[in-house]
Design a protein around this ligand. Structure first.
Ligand SMILES: C[S@@+](CC[C@H](N)C(=O)[O-])C[C@H]1O[C@@H](n2cnc3c(N)ncnc32)[C@H](O)[C@@H]1O
Length: 220
């Protein structure tokens, strides 16, 4: 699952994960984080998600990270925002007021890019990655972020033998293994979503559960 895989998905328009509405779990559970207007929120692997706009609408300073320039350009065109584009190697920084997307590889982020980030929204980011990369992803996040941090994490849970990812199945045990050293982990919702997901039924799934977690760093 190297960057070329994703670039090709965007080139081919094979972006079945993209939602045309704001994520319902985000709207329902974000308040649990207690993130105040003005707080800076990281949205890793953000695609052209409309959730960036919702978070900005809540008064947050939003920082998305996305490897595909097609996705980033589409986000700004489709949202009607006109960004300033600034070279910030190895990233290109697209900025429209308090909404920024760093176009480049998440694994190239340094703590300097994330100054002031206190909350993270992860939908279809962790589960986009195969197992070894999920470990790298969690380690990289741990290394980047300061002490006080909350995360709203949305995962999928299904029988991995029925379908190859992405999206990958990430069970609660794995969430605890990846993040439990540093975070208190609270499962806050669990929904059976197979009935509403024709494309996953067609891919052979007999069970599909979406799970939502609130992670709070200890000492926060
Ligand atoms: C499954 S999509 C989810 C997008 C978004 N979170 C959403 O909910 O619509 C995963 C996204 O991560 C991007 N991506 C994959 N690997 C990346 C990396 N190493 N750095 C930055 N973005 C990456 C892909 O281009 C793709 O847009």
């Amino acid at each position: 699952m190297n960057p070329d895989f994703w670039q090709e998905r965007w080139r081919q328009g094979e972006i079945g994960w993209h939602a045309t509405e704001i994520n319902v779990q985000l709207q329902e559970h974000w308040p649990r984080l207690g993130a105040k207007p003005g707080e800076r929120v990281l949205v890793p692997l953000c695609g052209k998600s409309l959730d960036l706009l919702w978070l900005a609408g809540e008064g947050h300073r939003v920082l998305g990270v996305e490897i595909s320039s097609l996705a980033v350009k589409a986000f700004f065109i489709e949202s009607g925002l006109v960004p300033k584009i600034i070279e910030d190697p190895p990233f290109l920084r697209y900025r429209a007021d308090e909404l920024e997307i760093l176009c480049g590889d998440f694994f190239d982020l340094t703590a300097a890019h994330l100054g002031g980030v206190t909350a993270v929204f992860d939908r279809a980011s962790l589960i986009a990655l195969p197992p070894a990369m999920r470990v790298r992803y969690a380690e990289h996040l741990h290394g980047l972020l300061g002490r006080v941090l909350r995360v709203l994490l949305i995962t999928l849970d299904y029988d991995q033998s029925e379908m190859s990812g992405p999206p990958f199945s990430v069970k609660e045990e794995e969430v605890r293994n990846l993040f439990g050293r540093r975070f208190d982990i609270e499962p806050v919702a669990r929904m059976d979503i197979l009935a509403n997901n024709e494309r996953f039924r067609q891919r052979g799934l007999s069970r599909l559960v979406e799970r939502v977690y609130v992670l709070g760093s200890r000492g926060a």
